[in-house]
Write a new protein. Structure first.
Ligand code: GLU
Length: 513
């Protein structure tokens, strides 16, 4: 029988979730949904020194904002609860014991000083990367080198110890990565990793493998930084007798800074001028002072745009289509099309995505942002007018807050006039023509943009002025600015009376040569 596809996102709550982590969660989610499987959220909090309060909640809130739906996790529960590793502590010990009993792991009693001395000795002997491994373990104080009764006595007297994996000396470890193909590592490059710490807590490696097995995970999709750990994980599956159900690995390409000079890190944050976190995060710095890191949500990004953008950082559908809803991503996603090479973060692209999604929203929905922001300025706008304005100014907006900025011209009369346009286009004839248009406007029966255009054309014909000569001057008279949304639409929304008064004010303020 085919196994049900089960994937997990397994963050450590050591701080806010970085966009690289969101991408990992997204690809897991897309695969789970595509293959009709389950998406788990497991909190890997065995390293209590690195625990950051609020990070766990932050992770869940971020995934929710992104529309990544978790099937099993600490909030949802599920058949393999608990989903927080600190609550699973008693479950790991027996597997470490199983490895000891089968000769694949051992007790190591070395003190921190002894470990330092070993490293110093190896460094002096010009060993480039001193490790506790299949060679050096022979000189250390562990259950492989000490007599059996001494080991027993040390254990009985509660001497602190760790449990280490006994990595074979000469063996090829191979596995087939879904993105990278065959990965072959020689065991001499793998050290005897600690599986259980002296405080009785499992390390990441042991807890991760035990949980992936017990939770029946079929695919491990994670960042490339975990690739070096994968051979060790393969050994653990083998020695625990779980090789036949070992998950398939897929290590995702790195996310690079925009200029390609290295990994985009949590610390890059606001330094680079764009958020690296989905939601704003309130934390503390090394001195305990409060810090705020900006988030996509608070910066005005729409979750659909953010997700669409992230999906393309390392994956592409193989077609020209760039806009994908979550459902479309699910339909088109495949691990085969995830790239091996690193993906560069592109700030302009994420803005572009936001523009596309913002402008595709119904005007009535955009009007709600507008009404909200204008209200905050003490301006009450009727809904039908807000809908008209939103529909007009959205082409100039990247973020929802831009709508209210672009809408200011409807609520404030110009206080100055674009000097370049005035010096080139404003003259006595134009001023007279515009004054005549202002006179006619309030009597006009058709105040649609087309109706206004027709009126303007007629008045200018009577005045003997070409339309092209007055349009820019008219725009500056009405809005003050040289550029902006469609002028006839602006006038239509402003209404004949207000427009006429603005033109008259300009005519009286602007001197003619
Ligand atoms: N807890 C690890 C992390 O923080 C999980 C790595 C994995 O997916 O195996 O990324």
């Amino acid at each position: 029988m085919e196994r049900e596809v089960r994937v997990r996102f397994a963050p450590s709550p050591t701080g806010p979730l970085h966009i690289g982590g969101v991408r990992t969660a997204l690809y897991n989610y897309l695969l789970a949904r595509k293959l009709g499987g389950k998406m788990l959220l497991r909190i890997e909090d065995t390293d209590q020194n690195r625990f950051v309060p609020g990070a766990e909640q932050y992770i869940m809130d971020s995934l929710r904002w992104c529309g990544i739906v978790i099937d099993e996790g600490i909030e949802q529960g599920g058949p393999h609860a608990p989903y927080r590793q600190s609550e699973r502590k008693p479950m790991y010990r027996q597997y470490a014991q199983q490895l000891i009993d089968s000769g694949h792991a051992y007790y190591a009693f070395d003190t921190p000083e002894e470990l330092d001395a070993m490293r110093a000795r190896l460094q002096a002997a010009k060993v480039p990367n001193p490790q506790y491994n299949s060679i050096t373990r022979a000189q250390m104080r562990n259950s492989l080198t000490l007599p059996e009764d001494e080991v027993k006595q040390l254990l009985d007297s509660d001497t602190p110890y760790v449990i280490r994996l006994k990595v074979p000396r000469k063996e090829e470890i191979r596995f087939n990565d879904l993105i990278r193909g065959w990965v072959v590592v020689h065991s001499s490059a793998v050290d005897d990793k600690v599986l259980m710490k002296s405080d009785g807590m499992p390390t990441y490696h042991l807890a991760n493998i035990v949980d992936d097995h017990l939770m029946e995970i079929t695919h491990v999709i994670r960042g490339e930084e975990w690739l070096p750990s994968a051979p060790l994980h393969v050994l653990l599956y083998r020695y625990l007798g779980w090789e036949s159900t070992m998950p398939q690995f897929a290590h995702l390409p790195l996310l690079l800074k925009p200029d390609g000079t290295g990994k985009l890190s949590k610390r890059d944050g606001d330094k680079l001028g764009f958020p690296v976190f989905p939601l704003e995060f309130h934390g503390t710095d090394a001195d305990g002072q409060p810090t705020v890191s900006s988030g996509y949500r608070e910066s005005g990004y729409l979750p659909e745009a953010f997700i669409n953008f992230l999906a393309f950082l390392g994956w592409n559908p193989g077609t020209q289509q760039e806009l994908f809803t979550m459902d479309e991503l699910i339909e088109h996603f495949s691990i085969d099309r995830v790239s091996k090479s690193p993906a560069r973060f592109d700030q302009n692209k994420v803005r572009w995505y936001n523009e596309q999604y913002l402008r595709a929203k119904p005007d009535a929905e955009l009007a709600q942002y507008l009404i909200h922001d204008l209200e905050a300025q003490g301006l009450n706008v009727p809904t039908d007018k807000a809908v008209q304005i939103a529909g007009l100014v959205k082409e100039r907006a990247t973020f929802p807050a831009d709508l209210a900025k672009e809408a200011q011209l409807f609520f404030e009369r110009p206080t100055s006039y674009d000097e370049q346009v005035i010096s080139k286009k404003w003259n006595a004839q134009v001023a007279t023509g515009l004054a005549a248009f202002a006179q006619e406007l309030p009597t006009s029966s058709d105040v649609t943009p087309d109706g206004i255009k027709a009126l303007l054309t007629r008045v200018m014909e009577q005045q003997g002025i070409k339309l092209g000569q007055v349009l820019q001057a008219l725009r500056v008279a009405v809005t003050g600015a040289a550029a902006g949304p469609d002028l006839m639409a602006i006038i239509s929304i402003l209404g004949p009376q207000e427009t006429a008064e603005r033109i008259e004010a300009a005519v009286s303020k602007l001197a003619v040569a």
